[in-house]
Design a protein around this ligand. Sequence first.
Ligand code: ADP
Length: 277
Amino acid sequence: MSYVYRVVGNDKISLDDFDASADAELEREEAEAKTIKLIEELIELQSLLYAARRHSVLVVLQGRDTSGKDGVLRKVIGPLDSRGCDVSSFKVPSEEALAHDFLWRIHQQTPALGHIKIFNRSHYEDVLVVRVHNLVPEEVWRRRYDHINNFERLLADSGTVILKFYLHISKDEQEERLLEREKDSTKYWKLSVGDWKEREHWDYYTKAYEDAISHCSSEHAPWLIVPANKKWFRNLAIAHALRDALLPHKDHWLQTLEETGRRELQAIEEYRQKSKR
Ligand code: ADP
């Protein structure tokens, strides 16, 4: 049972086929209670991941403006232990970044063993905003799907568990959220005319997202489509998918920690014996 749609193996997808308001027929309170439990489990799994240092975790958050990336960071990622979890936000690339290949700035931010890294936007911007705004010629961005697939393969082969979330909101929901910000002075800091301008390219972004998701989903780095019109359901879906991705490794991490513990115990024993002599 899953609250997200998992895209695998070059499935050709159409975002219109997914209901952005889906909620698995849960009530808000019920969903929030489940989310709290899942986050408790996640905290426990994170401490094993951190101590065992066998894997790293990369979570990619993508979605249109107002889709809730910041909300996920606050509600789902916020409670995790900050010693082993942090966020990299990718904005318009610097001059230095633009003087390198598009993955240069990304690779510097990938997680070390034991760590969880959240990408708030990511290398996918290089086949999304870059495509929609013609920032590079088509033959350049088209080749990037292969570059991305190879890059993610490399990360997975190096022990990185990869999950890529597309926060799926409807066009009406986006309008409502943008207008909401204008009514609430505590949200004024979020106002940007750029969001309204980007909205004009809604259909181009849809096509760009559909291609990115279709071309770059794999067993080791799947795209997960998250119904995100209801914020409480979005949080549940992400916490649930994360927990499901980490849980299969739990026994391996526990075993690693036990072995490490045994080795240390033996070293302590030997040390004591030597000190007695
Ligand atoms: P956010 O919208 O994520 O809260 P910002 O308002 O600072 O944060 O927006 C970051 C901007 O940087 C977005 O418009 C995004 O499309 C842009 N961006 C990110 N990566 C790239 C890239 N590789 N090339 C061009 N623009 C990019």
